[in-house]
Design a protein around this ligand. Structure first.
Ligand code: M6R
Length: 613
């Protein structure tokens, strides 16, 4: 949450910062701002609302700013203090000699603020960040250089943060630091950059240095120096990125979410290609001995948590190993049970979610072996885990997760197959046969996308049912249940319609009271016995006036009988069916949000990476 960016080098700094912020806006869009070094002073420009307001302001001052060569920028997701110009970053110390941008939370800010006020510092915002600006300025006024000031200030901060700071007295220098929140430095020729995420800088450089926990980076046009907390110089290996900037352009789609839904066949193909050959042989390349694993814990948040619930069913069904799925923010504060034979799978698209990182720490305490399942190479979670499984979904910009989810399911399926192989619960032949079916997931998703855009446009028809909806109920059983959960999360996060995902059989124990013509029921029918049982549960809602929308095979007569609209999906094997059933629910949520005139990519109050507790 919150994006930070910095640049030192040539004229045109403002353009670099604004481009970087545009790529980071998914991290927060309550306000945005810049602090620029200008003739021995700092020029601060801040605007409330999405980045467009700041862009307009900058355009109006264009000639005036174009010669500047160093500065920092920020896009905010509010934690302390409402979205307002006064609370927007960058924040200045009282004498306006130092400016700072911050991503994270200073947990002891009240206490620090009290001390600063006692020493005569006057606060202009309600943010926790402003204490950092005042503390830095105090140190600079006491004669410390900016790096020393940052080092001594960091010792006083509790919580998580990535900060970047400029000082009017130190032209062409940015000093940055991090504890838990992410920070990368981008390397150029005669110019250097920094940002919360490398995609902010991909159209400027492919060469990066990751700043590690507790480190300070001093960035000048001629180089970057890294220091540890004790002030020792640190060497860091260069990280070269293989994505290109094109991967984060819209390419003809109206929004990133729509684009990312349609990218799922490619994303699945790329993800599976790494670990599954044409004969169905699975190889995750883990060095852990999976035959030793006697328990699995999945820790994750939001959509990734739903992928974990599905993973539990598949692992327990195929490998007969018990699986606990934990919401990471709860797990970290529980007293987790486990030992060195517990495999902990931390799922996180961004690899930055603070609660998931903390869950890993908790698992470490009992000696658990941690595998990170993430879409982001080099992210924090990859550095905390023993082993890494990557999804190859490519950058996911839409706040509502889509292609990350289906690729996470694909990898959880592979993990289940690999575990089953190691535990001997499936023969080589059985594993290969399931592997071969799973390889067809990308084409099944392609087929689904075609079916859904075909005759009668079922997605639009289903979305019309939501015109007067007051709430919605998403029902499924077995492996269709996490898909129902995920479908309801998609709807509520981008259309703001309250939606519940429920096990279809449990619905009679409470939620059925919601049902009337203004509470559409979305049924994920699934296969076999589960389908029969779900059908009968859903029939009970139809009898009470619900408008039912079913995800079912196009020739499913029973589904047609009970539903106002059937969202057709092709026949698929058991491992692929949940992936396929997800797609119509993503498109449905997207359509409902668009019909309501909402921004599907940037739903209110949310941010793509949740780096605060
Ligand atoms: O980056 P992560 O996978 O750790 O993010 C977890 C959740 O914040 C994320 O899935 C969130 O629920 C999405 N907005 C859902 O669409």
């Amino acid at each position: 949450m919150c994006g930070i960016v910095g640049y030192v080098g040539r004229e045109g700094c403002v353009e670099v910062l604004m481009d970087g912020l545009a790529h980071l806006e998914y991290r927060g869009y309550d306000s945005a701002g810049l602090a620029l070094q200008k003739n021995g002073a700092i020029e601060q420009i801040r605007k409330v609302g999405p980045l467009a307001s700041l862009t307009k302001e900058v355009a109006e001052r264009n000639g005036h700013l174009s010669s500047l060569r160093a500065g920092i920028g920020h896009t905010r997701w509010a934690t302390h203090g409402k979205p307002s110009e006064a609370n927007a970053h960058p924040h200045l110390g009282g004498g306006s000699r130092v400016a700072v941008v911050h991503n994270g939370i200073v947990e002891n800010f009240s206490e620090l603020k009290e001390g600063l006020e006692e020493r005569g510092r006057v606060f202009r915002s309600e943010t926790d960040t402003e204490v950092i600006a005042h503390l830095l300025e105090e140190r600079v006024e006491a004669g410390e250089g900016l790096r020393e000031a940052v080092a001594s200030t960091l010792q006083r901060l509790e919580g998580s943060f990535a900060i970047a700071t400029v000082c009017a007295d130190d032209p062409d220098v940015i000093v940055a630091a991090r504890k838990q929140s992410p920070l990368v430095v981008g390397l150029g020729e005669g110019e250097n950059f920094l940002a919360s995420a490398l995609q902010a800088l991909l159209d400027r450089t492919r060469k990066f240095l990751f700043v590690e926990n507790g480190e300070i980076a001093v960035v000048t046009p001629d180089g970057v120096d890294l220091f540890d907390a004790a002030g020792n110089s640190v060497e860091r290996e260069l990280f070269e990125v293989d994505w290109d900037a094109e991967a984060i352009e819209l390419g003809g789609f109206e929004d990133y979410m729509e684009k990312e839904i349609h990218e799922q066949p490619v994303a699945l193909r790329a993800t599976l290609a790494d670990h599954l050959d044409a004969d169905g042989n699975v190889s995750l390349g883990l060095s852990l001995d999976l035959s030793e694993v006697d328990r699995v814990v999945v820790a994750a948040c939001g959509t990734a948590y739903h992928a974990g619930i599905l993973g539990k069913s598949v692992i327990e069904r195929l490998a007969r190993v018990p699986v606990e799925v934990a919401v990471a923010s709860e797990y970290r504060y529980s007293e987790p049970v486990g030992d060195e034979n517990t495999l902990v799978v931390a799922i996180s698209q961004s690899g930055e979610t603070i609660d998931t990182l903390a869950a890993i720490e908790a698992a470490r305490e009992f000696g658990g072996k941690v595998v990170a399942l993430t879409n982001t190479r080099g992210s924090l979670v990859t550095r905390e885990a023993d082993e890494v499984l990557l999804t190859k979904a490519g950058p996911e910009i839409g706040v509502a997760s889509t292609k990350a989810f289906t690729t996470q399911i694909a990898v959880m399926n592979l993990l289940a197959l690999e575990l089953a192989k190691s535990k001997g619960t499936l023969s080589e032949d059985e594993t290969r046969s399931l592997g071969r079916s799973l390889r067809r997931a990308p084409e099944k998703v392609e087929e689904t996308l075609e079916l859904l855009s075909g005759a009668g446009n079922p997605i639009e028809e289903a979305a019309r049912i939501f015109e007067d909806a007051r709430c919605a109920l998403y029902l499924g059983r077995g492996e269709a249940y996490p898909i129902a959960l995920e479908g309801s999360l998609k709807l509520k996060e981008i259309s703001y319609i309250p939606a519940e995902g429920y096990p279809a059989g449990e619905m009679k124990h409470g939620p059925i009271a919601l049902v009337d013509e203004f509470c559409p029921v979305v049924a994920v029918l699934g296969e076999g016995l589960i389908r029969e049982k779900t059908l009968s549960n859903v029939d009970q809602t139809a009898a009470r006036g619900a408008n039912v929308i079913s995800v079912a095979h196009s020739d499913d007569k029973e589904a047609k009988r009970i539903s106002r609209v059937v969202l057709p999906v092709p026949e698929a094997d058991k491992l692929t069916a949940p992936i396929v059933a997800t797609v119509p629910l993503q498109l449905l949520a997207y359509r409902v949000a668009k019909d309501r005139g909402l921004n599907a990519d940037k739903p209110r109050n949310l941010a793509k990476s949740v780096t605060v507790e």
